[in-house]
Every structure is written in C-alpha cells, then in structure tokens.
Design a protein around this ligand. Sequence first.
Ligand SMILES: Cc1cc2nc3c(=O)[nH]c(=O)nc-3n(C[C@H](O)[C@H](O)[C@H](O)COP(=O)(O)O)c2cc1C
Length: 370
Amino acid sequence: MLFYRGIRPLLFSLDPEKAHQLGIRTGSIVQSIPGVLRFIRCDPNVDPILRVALAGIDFANPIGLAAGLDKSGEIVPAMQAIGFGHLEIGSISARPSKGNQTPRLWRLIDDAAVLVHYGLPNDGSVVVAKRLQDLRNRDAIKTPIGVNLVNTNEPSSGPSSPDAVIDDYRESAKRFADVTSYLMLNLSCPNTIDGRGFFEQSSRLDDLLRSVTEVTGDVPVFLKLSPDWEQTLIADLLDIALQYRSVAGVMFNLSAHRREGLVSAPSTYQDRPGAIAGRPTKDWMDRRTAWLFRQLRGTRLRIISAGGIQNATDAYRRIRLGASLVQVYTALIYHGPGLVAKINRDLAERLRRDGVNQLSDVIGIDAMER
Ligand SMILES: Cc1cc2nc3c(=O)[nH]c(=O)nc-3n(C[C@H](O)[C@H](O)[C@H](O)COP(=O)(O)O)c2cc1C
C-alpha cells in the first residue's frame, strides 16, 4: 500500500479512464511474465475463519472484486494474485460495445469516490468466453469467477425490443455456462437506455430467468438490482427469482440518484452524467443491505454487497448487516491492490478478537437494528 501511495499522484495526474486502461495494461504485462505472479501472490486462504460457502461454491474469503474493473476478463490471473476470494468480471454483453461517449469517468477525490458513466464497454461474450476458456484449459483459474451479464448497449440505435434484450442475455449465458462459477445478471445499469427501467415490468424477469436457466442448467445465478426501485417492485422480483432453483442470491447496483452530503466541489460532479461509486454510497448501502436481508429471511437467497467498502471495519459491518460476500472497486483506486490482503488480515483479526468461530456465524446478526 506504501508503494501505491507513492505512485498514486502520478496515476491521478492522468485522465481517470486512461489510468484505468493503464492498470489493465500493467496487469496484462505482469501476468504474462512467467513466475512474476508467484513472486507477488497473496494467498486468498488468509485464515480458515474467513471461509464462506455460498451457492455450492467455497470462497476462501468474503472479499471479491466488483464488476466493472476487469470488464472483459483481461487480468484474471493478476487480480487473483492480490488475494481476492472471488472475482466478478464484466459487465459483458452478447455483442461488443464501445459504451457511452467519453469523457465518462471522473474522480471525486475529497469523497474517495468516482462518477461513472461508462455505459458498459466490453469485448463481447464470444471473445471473453474464449479468454476464460483458455485460462481454464491452462488450469490458471484458482479463484471462483463470476461473470456479470448485461444487454448490449448501443446508444445510437435506441432501446431494444423486449425479446432482443432477453435473447442477448441468453446468448451470453450459454457461452459462459461451462466456464464460470456463477452468473450475475445485471438488471440495472444506471447508465444505459435499456439498463434503467427494463425490469420495472417484473414479468420480464420471469421471461429472462426462464430463457437463461434453460441454457445454464445448475450454474448459480445472482441478480444485480437497482437500489432505487420501489420496495414493492423488489419484493415482486424476489418472488419471481425464488421460483427458479438456480437463483442463489441478489445484490444492489449503484444508485442513479446523487446522494446528499458530497464534500467535493460541485464542479467535479454537477452537469456531468453518471452514478457515484465509493465512500458516499456506504451508509445508504448499509441500510439497503439490512433491509434486503430482512426481506430474504427464511428464503434461500443470499446477499452480495458492494458500495463504499474501504477497510475491514466496513466489510465486517456489511456482513453483520446481511452480506454473505462483499465486493470492492473504488477503494482500490484510492488505496491500491494491497488493500485486499489488508482487509482480509484485519477482518480475520477482528473476528478472532470478537470471539467469532466462523464468519458465517455473524452474517446478518445486526440486520434487525437498521
Ligand atoms: C468505473 C466503474 C465501472 C463499473 N462498471 C460496472 C459494470 O460494468 N457492471 C456492473 O454491474 N457494475 C459496475 N460498476 C459497479 C460496481 O460493480 C459496484 O457495484 C459499485 O462500484 C459499488 O462498489 P464501490 O463503492 O466499491 O465502487 C462499476 C463501478 C465503477 C466505479
């Protein structure tokens, strides 16, 4: 983390998207040099106390990479080497997409946040599924990998028909069924025309799950929902999800609304499109997670939660509020790749100090208080 603190001013002097691309390129180079990853590898098996089983998958620790950093699965070996318990790549669509117009990513440094309006650029499911298959063939996948799927964003051609949207997910799901540990169906990208409101008609989730599960069999499926949706809509969607055996859980995406209380200069976010990720989402996502946990009590559905996790205290609190796994993205931009091992080490220490036997014993124990 000390090394990252040294190079951060240099990275932050670059345009944010250029810095992101540089990170991907650096990861690709590092992982292509034989032996280098072995040298820097952080074992995800930090401490047996952190193990979590979910959807029939064993996770060495609860800290995962959130979707959107490795959009096209280009740096899986490098990301595995920094100690994540799982990686979620994507969002990936049936066809490649260039996403929204640039500029489309901004830093809100005083808030430890970013404003994101990428609009789902990715290489498309044909290319990315082949990338994952190649890694599997080389036995290079050591960590559970989730593939986050979305409808192809083509801003210039306007909204797609409902059948076309569902076929898009199904096509991708079929390509990844044999190479992924789980699928995350992203139902709620705040930054695309089809992404925002499509599943507000809840019967479309039924159509989607019928279509996707036909081609994915027993692959565990998770749903990424909008935290902005009405509680009654979310309840309807959860009822539908429960009818499909392979649906194992849910998480919330970023909110399309700006939260109050940002400390950054308004000029850094006003008049710019996009959703805010990072520290400002933390308290609100804590509350949404606890609410979701209460909704899901007595069902088999479990929660993955992302939004403002920056350290072990945040991760521990989110788990106690109901998350079985947590994911991190923006904090990596501010604290660097060493953060993952640190969160895991600190979390294990914290659990032991509290006399907890196993992380799974504390999932949701504070959810009634929020
Ligand atoms: C630059 C950026 C790109 C993202 N792209 C995606 C995406 O393609 N698909 C998706 O489901 N979520 C995407 N997300 C949302 C993250 O997966 C995560 O839910 C969110 O950022 C909250 O976590 P954080 O506060 O740790 O960043 C993106 C987030 C950021 C910051």
